[in-house]
Design a binder for this molecule. Structure first.
Ligand code: GDP
Length: 462
C-alpha cells in the first residue's frame, strides 16, 4: 500500500473509532468545577468565532468550527446547568454560577476540519464530547472500600488537631461515652449521625477537606436516607474479635451493618456505573484558596488530595484496578483561580501544585498514565496591572470584590515548594474573593483554558 494512502486510511479509522470521548471534571467543593465546565462549554461553543484559544492548535489554525449541544444519553443523570450559569454571569452585576452538588452531564458535538485533507478524509469531522461533573468528595470514599468498620473507625482523625476537635466537639462529647455493646437506640443513632454530619459540614466550611464519608457532605438524592445514619466510634477499647461477636442489635453491629451497606450501595455503584467509563479526567484544586486559609487547612488539603488521588492509581495491584478496571488514559491536574495572583507567580503555582501532589504524580507517571499539571482561571475576575512601588514597577491585580468595591492589590508571593513554618510566620498571603467580569454575548475571558482543552481533547481534533 502507498505510504500516504496507508496513513490516510489509518487517520480515517482512528477518527471513526474516536468519535466519542467521555471527559470528567472533578475537585473538592469550591475548587471551581462549575466555573470550569461553564467556561469549557462556552469556549467550545465560541471556538470558531471570538474565543481566545491560541494554545489549542485546532482553534488557532481555524479548524475548530464550534460546538452544538445534543441530548445526553444517560437519562438518569441531571443535565449540567449551563444556561443558568451563563445567565448568572451575564447578570448586572455579574454573579458566579450556582455550584452543582452531585453528578451532572452535558453532551456536545464538536465540528472540526481535519488537519490533513486528502481524498479519503471528510471535509468536516465530528467529535461527540460527553462532559461529566462530579464532587471530588465522592472520591474520598474509595479508601473506605478497603476498610471494615473496625479499621475505618481507627483510621479517622477524630482526636487530632485542635481546630478539628473543636468542630466536632458536640458530637465527640456524646460519642466518646457510647458503649458499643449496648443495644442500638434508633433515635440516638439518628441524632448522633446528624451531629456527625454537622461536624463534617462545619469542618468543610472552615476549609477542611479530609472528610469521610463523602456523601454526608453532598448527599444528592440520599439526603435523609437511613443509609447515611452511621458514624465512626471514637473509643474502641475491646478487641476486634470481641466486637464482631456482639449480637446484631448491638450498637457496634448496627453501625457496622450500615457502614457495609454504604460501601456496597453507595460507593461501589458510583465507580461501577460512572467512574469506570470515563476516558479523560481533569482534577481541579484550589491551591491558592488553601494558601489563603492558613497552615492547618493547607495540610488538610494535602491529606485529602492524597486520598482522592488513590482513585487514579492504576498500578496493577491497586484497589481501584482490582475492583473496577477503569480506563482513563489521560489526566490533567489544575490549580484553579490563577487570576488571584499576578502573572509572574503562575509558574510557582504549578510548582506548588506539583509539590503538593508529588507522591501521586510519581505513581501515575510510573504507571505510565500521561498526566499534566497546570494553572488556569476558568473565568477571569481580575486584570493584571503594574504599579509604582518605592520607585520600582511592581505587578498588581485590579478587580471588584463581591461587595462591589474596586480594588488594586498585590496578593503575595506563592512559594514554589510546600510552605514551611517560616512562610506562615513571615509572609502574608491574602486576597479577597472577586466578582466575575461581565460576559456579554462574547466568550468568557480565561487564563490557559486553551492549554487544558488541548491536553484533554486536542489529540482527537487532528
Ligand atoms: P465547585 O464547588 O467546585 O463547583 O466550585 P465553583 O465553580 O462553584 O467555584 C467556587 C467559587 O470559586 C466561585 O463561586 C468563585 O467565587 C470562585 N471561582 C471559581 N473559578 C474562578 C476563577 O476562574 N477565578 C476566580 N477569581 N474565582 C473563581
Amino acid at each position: 500500500m502507498r505510504q500516504p494512502f496507508r496513513r490516510e486510511l489509518s487517520n480515517l479509522i482512528e477518527r471513526g473509532r474516536d468519535r466519542q470521548l467521555r471527559l470528567a471534571v472533578t475537585g473538592l467543593s469550591q475548587a471551581g468545577k462549575t466555573a470550569f465546565l461553564t467556561s469549557l462549554v462556552n469556549q467550545l461553543r465560541h471556538a470558531g468565532v471570538e474565543a481566545q484559544l491560541d494554545l489549542l492548535p485546532a482553534a488557532r489554525e481555524g479548524r475548530l468550527l464550534g460546538a452544538q449541544r445534543l441530548n445526553q444519553p444517560d437519562l438518569g443523570v441531571p443535565r449540567f446547568p449551563y444556561d443558568p450559569g451563563m445567565a448568572a454571569l451575564r447578570d448586572t452585576p455579574p454573579r458566579w454560577p450556582e455550584p452543582t452538588r452531585g453528578i451532572s452531564e452535558l453532551r456536545l458535538q464538536l465540528r472540526y476540519r481535519p488537519a490533513q485533507q486528502g481524498w479519503l478524509s471528510p471535509d468536516i469531522a465530528h467529535l461527540t464530547l460527553d462532559l461529566f461533573d462530579y464532587p471530588g468528595e465522592w472520591l474520598l470514599d474509595l479508601p473506605l472500600l478497603q476498610h471494615d468498620f473496625y479499621s475505618w473507625c481507627q483510621a479517622q482523625p477524630l482526636h487530632s488537631g485542635d481546630q478539628r476537635r473543636a468542630l466536632f466537639s458536640e458530637w465527640l462529647a456524646e460519642a466518646d461515652t457510647l458503649d458499643p455493646t449496648a443495644e442500638a437506640d434508633e433515635a440516638q443513632l439518628a441524632s448522633l449521625s446528624e451531629a456527625y454530619a454537622e461536624g463534617l459540614r462545619r469542618a468543610k466550611q472552615a476549609g477542611f477537606s479530609n472528610l469521610q464519608p463523602g456523601r454526608f457532605l453532598l448527599p444528592g438524592e440520599l439526603d435523609g436516607a437511613p443509609v447515611l445514619q452511621f458514624f465512626p466510634l471514637p473509643q474502641l477499647d475491646m478487641s476486634k474479635e470481641a466486637l464482631e461477636a456482639l449480637p446484631s442489635n448491638s450498637l457496634y453491629a448496627t453501625l457496622a451493618a450500615r457502614f457495609r451497606y454504604y460501601q456496597q450501595q453507595v460507593v461501589r455503584p458510583f465507580y461501577r456505573d460512572h467512574f469506570r467509563r470515563f476516558d479523560r479526567q481533569i482534577v481541579l484544586v484550589d491551591v491558592l484558596g488553601a494558601l489563603n486559609a492558613g497552615p492547618e487547612r493547607f495540610e488538610d488539603l494535602s491529606q485529602a488530595l492524597s486520598q482522592l488521588m488513590h482513585s487514579f492509581d492504576y498500578g496493577q495491584r491497586s484497589l481501584l484496578t482490582r475492583l473496577f478496571a477503569p480506563k482513563i488514559d489521560k489526566l490533567a491536574i489544575a490549580a484553579t483561580k490563577a487570576d488571584h495572583v499576578t502573572p509572574d507567580q503562575h509558574g510557582h503555582v504549578v510548582q506548588l501544585l506539583e509539590a503538593l501532589l508529588a507522591e501521586p504524580l510519581k505513581d501515575l507517571r510510573f504507571a505510565n498514565v500521561p498526566v499534566k499539571a497546570l494553572s488556569l482561571a476558568a473565568i477571569r475576575a481580575t486584570e493584571a496591572r503594574e504599579v509604582m512601588h518605592n520607585g520600582k514597577r511592581s505587578p498588581a491585580l485590579r478587580g471588584t470584590t463581591l461587595d462591589g468595591e474596586d480594588v488594586l492589590v498585590y496578593p503575595g508571593d506563592v512559594p514554589p515548594r510546600l510552605p514551611t513554618h517560616d512562610f506562615w510566620q513571615q509572609q502574608g498571603f491574602d486576597f479577597p474573593s472577586f466578582r466575575p467580569m461581565g460576559a456579554g454575548s462574547d466568550a468568557l475571558t480565561h487564563i490557559r483554558m486553551d492549554a487544558a482543552i488541548d491536553w484533554l481533547i486536542g489529540d482527537k481534533l487532528v
